[in-house]
Design a protein around this ligand. Structure first.
Ligand SMILES: [Zn+2]
Ligand SMILES: [Zn+2]
Length: 309
């Protein structure tokens, strides 16, 4: 991804938002998030565009619509002479109380991500996954519960889900999550009392819940906790082998991306006749679209690896 004169940024994840552009158009929350991650001067100029507000650039009208992925995340609708094209960026269709809910935007061309674009990916109810965590905690009160979750979106959603199950003890967070948790709180998303584990003793963490970025699960940082149960909140935890290989004892299948059913239902709901599939498991979804009579093509992006989730 090279810096460009004008960048429309769908959300603040590193694989979608890069510093160095001249002019950035994004939702107000996404602009705030990228400034906090990359610095106030990470682009020359910023233009906040609220959901649903149209802006004309030459002959094309653009507007942003909720993608339900993380705070501020947007799909981009482009309209040109009555033709409507939607780029989803990353999205999920199920509710998430830490961001605006996904909106189906009727269109002719739908460019969809396909991170979990295989029928094997059927994400369970997130609340049930959190119940598993809280049950394990009751059963093993001597151990600390260390949850790996990406710093933007997943960490805040996991904390919010834990709160929604009635857990009101302080939750300990790694320093890498601090700025973004604060921003979510400022935006009215109540994450309850968050504390830093720094300076506390091993004995202080029996039965406590700690959230950190996935990279911290294996490093020095995790050794301060007593016999931790390592949990990891990700759609990738559907693949048990992957959980085992990364030393995860308690896989939590909590995803910020659409699963197979959300992808196929959303494609149908847009009414689009042409589907471009990108950003993941293109082939299965392209095949599915063609099987229901839609025109579909894979759109391979360069230099892509497995999506973080
Ligand atoms: Zn993302
Ligand atoms: Zn992505």
């Amino acid at each position: 991804m090279k810096p460009s004169r004008l960048a429309i940024i769908t959300h603040g994840h590193a694989d979608h938002a890069r510093p160095g552009h001249d002019h950035v158009i994004a939702t107000p929350d996404t602009i705030e998030i990228i400034k906090r991650r990359y610095g106030e001067n990470c682009a020359k100029t910023f233009e906040a565009l609220e959901y649903g507000v149209e802006k004309k650039i030459k002959d094309v009208t653009i507007s942003l619509h909720p993608a339900g992925h993380v705070l501020g995340s947007a799909q981009v609708l482009l309209q040109y002479q009555g033709y409507r094209a939607v780029m989803t960026g990353d999205y999920k269709a199920r509710p998430d109380s830490t961001c605006a809910s996904f909106e189906v935007v009727p269109c002719d061309l739908f460019v969809t991500e396909a991170t979990f674009g295989l029928p094997v990916f059927q994400h369970p109810d997130s609340a049930d996954e959190i119940k598993k965590l809280l049950k394990a905690r009751e059963e093993q009160p001597e151990r600390a519960f260390l949850i790996g979750a990406y710093a933007l979106g997943k960490a805040q959603r996991v904390i919010k889900l834990i709160r929604e199950e009635g857990y009101d003890r302080p939750i300990y967070i790694h320093g890498a999550l601090k700025k973004l948790c604060e921003f979510y709180q400022e935006r009215g998303i109540n994450l309850g009392e968050l504390r830093s584990p720094t300076g506390l003793k091993k004995d202080d963490f029996h039965g406590e819940i700690v959230v950190g970025p996935p990279s911290a699960l294996k490093d020095q940082w995790s050794r301060r906790f007593p016999d931790p149960v390592v949990a990891y909140a990700s759609g990738w935890m559907t693949i048990k082998q992957r959980a085992r290989q990364s030393g995860v004892e308690l896989p939590l299948v909590i995803s910020d991306h659409a699963d197979w059913n959300e992808l196929t239902e959303t494609i149908k709901a847009t009414g689009a006749s042409k589907i471009w599939v990108t950003h993941g498991r293109e082939d299965a979804l392209v095949h599915y679209c063609r099987s229901i009579g839609l025109e579909a093509e894979p759109l391979y992006l360069q230099g892509r690896d497995d999506e973080e989730d």
